[in-house]
Design a binder for this molecule. Sequence first.
Ligand SMILES: [Zn+2]
Ligand SMILES: [Zn+2]
Length: 229
Amino acid sequence: MSLCLICTHPAEQSRTACTRCEHRMRGWLGEIPRQLVLLTASLELGTRPAQGFGGAGRAHSPLPVRGDVLNLLGPAAPGPVRDTAGDQSDRQPVHAVLHAWADQLAEDLGHMLPPINPFAPYADYLARHLGHVVRSSWVALMHAELDDLVRRVRAVTSTEPRRRALDAPCPACQAFALGRVDWETYIDCETCGLLLTPDEYDDHRATVMPPLARIGVLMAAHRLTQEAS
Ligand SMILES: [Zn+2]
Ligand SMILES: [Zn+2]
């Protein structure tokens, strides 16, 4: 066992991040391309002239685009600019953050960076090689930058994935804490961190829910007879 560099929970040997932290990063990498669509829409909203009823009397013309959105949508700096000290990450655009980590990854893997996919700039590449990322020395820094990036983007788009609670108890810790976050691949337990595929959950649910439902019916029937007597 080794320790996860992100959350300090135990991780499998040779890994530098645990499966739960990997799961979260994979979720963010899936979310970012979707958020980019919303960001672009937010930018366009800002271009709409601010003229409500009789609103023509402005002394200054409004900014044509929203500065906060533009900062996030800005282009990546040309060439590799990996900043391993992490002190430039603060206000970097989405593309710059993803491009820099993709550069680092390609260097580690010893191949050329693939051509950019404009709809998911390097998010798909990073997700595809996440198995390497969670064994790298720089996983915690990438996690921190993605975390910051996703927060900044969500603050602008006012959109974040919802967590849907599932009704079967966790097969590992028995807590009623299983749920699935939009755009994430796995179902997770908020109490113990267990991850299940949707198929595994369905199998588990099919086994545990009928007896639980019978108990529920018996309890309801018991309450009704108590009330009737
Ligand atoms: Zn972790
Ligand atoms: Zn659990």
